[in-house]
Write a protein that binds this ligand. Structure first.
Ligand SMILES: Cc1cc2nc3c(=O)[nH]c(=O)nc-3n(C[C@H](O)[C@H](O)[C@H](O)COP(=O)(O)OP(=O)(O)OC[C@H]3O[C@@H](n4cnc5c(N)ncnc54)[C@H](O)[C@@H]3O)c2cc1C
Length: 421
């Protein structure tokens, strides 16, 4: 059994060989034989063999970028309302919090459905982040001619500064202001999106793929609850922004039947030094190749892209298209004076891509997600939960915070990490 050894702390070159793959292959084989019905064979497991993993190089010199972005949170959930501006019908599609990538198809389906109700032959879409681009392609698939207007290209959008996994109920709404009806809407968007993303699996360039995700802990893993703290007397209703975690809405249980769930690893299977490990499968979006595929379809279907900065809603009425879908994300706060949008700052560090170490790890408050375009590092404050970044619109990166995250993660790949079973 080869053992990975760390020759010091951060900044030291590491080496490990990967030879054993029986555990993962056996697991795949068993899954292929699983019944096609909705029932999940919880007891069907591969024989206990140590999971073979190449260690992730997390030294400081591997850090090649830090990106900062604002999540557009609305207490009631995304704005999908319709209004008229002059003689233009404007359908809004913005305010998707930390779930814009994940809900993009379902949200586009609803917005395009509203546009189709007035039987237009062509429409405008304003904004080419993940919401605008998806909406534009969705409208084309419905037979509409689409012109996409935006003040920047997709690579410059906030969507390109996200982390890129399926997180459909991350800071998407606050439970009370959104109300029970939002749960229904959310479920419709999440299910629609999940199915749409599956059509991109297996394509060259891997625009969408699944990777294993490991949650590690020094103590038994339990679900963290955030009960309301009675000492906090303010809330969204009194202050205009959430004041504690218990105010956020959580909806993921609604789609538990379609999303892989975490399973504990036995001591024999566990390659990490931490004694408690759970593994799940995570849907990942690779931004560059996903945008490439989406833009390819947009232009093949005759789409037009116009770079343009809109100063006010009246500019929408001046467009030749009389049906406009507004996908301006956080920018709608100023452009549409929608002060119900609450900024939620977040940032990601990016390590050099390591395709041979293709898996994600969460340990304490830090996550590493290995993707084709880099290994995403996020350092979240464990005591803040979803409150981290709420009300903060400062969009400059804080590199020291990511460096701290790398230090926290260092013990995971310390001596004791076993590269093969
Ligand atoms: C750190 C971080 C990690 C995240 N990770 C994930 C994740 O893993 N999964 C997930 O689902 N979500 C994630 N999110 C959330 C996700 O990034 C957002 O929900 C999503 O990017 C919103 O997309 P959008 O298209 O609405 O907005 P944007 O990407 O901001 O796009 C807005 C578009 O509008 C255009 N625009 C704006 N103003 C004007 C104007 N005046 N005139 C013309 N054009 C204009 C812009 O040019 C741009 O094209 C994350 C967010 C953060 C901060």
């Amino acid at each position: 059994m080869a053992e990975f050894r760390q020759e010091g702390q951060l900044g030291v070159e590491r080496r490990a060989m990967l030879t054993g793959t029986i555990g993962a292959a056996a697991m795949l084989g068993l899954q292929a034989c699983a019944p096609a019905s909705g029932s999940r064979p919880a007891t069907l497991r591969a024989p206990s063999r140590r999971t073979a993993l190449v260690p992730i190089r997390i030294s400081r010199d591997q850090l090649i970028d830090v990106k900062c972005c604002i999540r557009p949170l609305r207490a009631a959930g995304p704005n999908l309302d319709v209004e008229t501006v002059g003689d233009a019908l404007v359908i809004h599609n913005y305010g998707h919090g930390g779930s814009g990538w994940s809900l993009s198809w379902g949200s586009a389906d609803i917005a395009v459905g509203k546009a189709l109700s007035v039987l237009p032959r062509e429409i405008a879409v304003v904004g080419c982040g993940i919401i605008g681009l998806t909406t534009a392609v969705m409208a084309q698939r419905a037979g509409l001619k689409v012109t996409l207007y935006a003040r920047e290209s997709i690579q410059q959008t906030r969507s390109f500064r996200a982390s890129g996994s399926f997180t459909p109920d991350s800071r998407i709404a606050l439970a009370e202001p959104a109300g029970p009806a939002f749960g229904e809407l959310w479920e419709r968007m999440a299910r629609f999106s999940w199915k749409a993303f599956r059509t991109y699996l297996g394509l060259p360039g891997h625009p969408v793929e699944f990777g294993d995700s490991y949650q590690l802990s020094d103590t038994p893993i339990t679900r963290r609850e955030w009960p309301a703290d009675p000492a906090i007397t303010q809330n969204f209703a009194t202050s205009g922004r959430p004041q504690q975690n218990s105010e956020f809405g959580h909806y993921s249980e609604r789609i538990r039947d379609i999303v892989p769930q975490a399973q504990p690893l036995s001591a024999e299977e566990n390659p990490f030094p931490q004694p408690h490990v759970r593994r799940s499968s995570q849907m990942i979006f690779n931004f560059a190749s996903y945008a490439h595929v989406m833009l390819g379809e947009f232009f093949e279907r005759g789409g037009q892209f116009v770079m343009r900065d809109f100063a006010r809603p009246a500019d929408y009425a001046a467009l030749p298209q009389k049906v406009v879908i507004n996908c301006t994300g956080y920018a709608a706060r100023d452009l549409w004076q929608d002060k119900t949008i609450i900024p939620v700052r977040g940032q990601t560090g990016w390590l050099v891509p390591q395709p041979d170490a293709f898996y994600s790890v969460r340990y304490r408050n830090v996550s590493l997600t290995s993707k084709r375009d880099g290994i995403v590092v996020m350092n979240n404050n464990p005591d803040m939960g979803e409150m981290l970044g709420v009300g903060d619109s400062m969009e400059l990166p804080n590199v020291a915070d990511i460096e701290k995250g790398l230090e926290i993660m260092a013990p995971v790949f310390a001596p004791g990490f076993q590269a093969q079973g």
